[in-house]
Design a protein around this ligand. Structure first.
Ligand code: FAD
Length: 147
């Protein structure tokens, strides 16, 4: 059965390494773009950053999510951008945020950098997705309403 492509929604999770220091200026600039573009494109999600990493979940119409990911992937502010998880969805998990921001501290279980086992690049996608959900539930996201 054919489904109109605009009605297919997806959720994408990637991980990347910051190319330089993760400064407030950089975060502010990224979120300013996210707020303006994502609301207009009907994209929602969460950006977790800290300890040299970015984890970002973006969800929305498939072609729009794919297009945004292509732009993000070539952004010089980060490197080693790798998709960990990609799925078609019926419902959004982050529908209330055009892009929520969560800071990762060294104490977060998913970023115990001292832990020799921590390697997001070899972790299972659904597992990292669950950790992002847990972080968002437990943390203090800076909310960017969809407007
Ligand atoms: P322009 O603003 O015209 O920029 C041209 C090029 O320069 C692009 O390749 C851009 O990536 C790069 N660039 C822009 N600003 C800087 C800067 N200050 N320093 C270095 N390079 C720069 N955008 C969204 O719309 N939604 C998001 O959810 C989102 N999440 C992001 C998450 C991360 C971790 C990063 C690093 C970026 C994110 N961005 C997001 C920004 C995105 O990568 C693009 O910069 C933005 O969408 C503007 O794209 P543009 O094609 O209009 O580029």
């Amino acid at each position: 059965m054919r489904v109109p492509s605009h009605s297919i929604n997806v959720r994408l999770l990637y991980v990347s390494r910051a190319a330089g220091p993760q400064t407030t200026t950089m975060t502010t600039s990224i979120l300013a773009h996210a707020k303006a573009n994502n609301a207009q494109q009907g994209i929602t999600g969460v950006l977790c950053q800290g300890q040299g990493f970015f984890f970002q979940v973006i969800e929305g119409q498939r072609s729009r999510v794919n297009a945004l990911y292509r732009r993000i992937a070539v952004d010089a502010r980060h490197k080693d951008v790798e998709v960990l998880h990609y799925e078609e969805i019926q419902e959004r998990r982050f529908g209330q945020w055009s892009m929520a921001l969560v800071h990762l501290s060294v104490d977060d279980p998913m970023v115990r950098l001292q832990h020799p086992d921590f390697d997001p690049y070899s972790a299972s996608g659904p597992q990292v997705m669950q950790q992002v959900m847990d972080l968002l539930a437990a943390g203090q996201p800076i909310e960017l309403p969809r407007t």
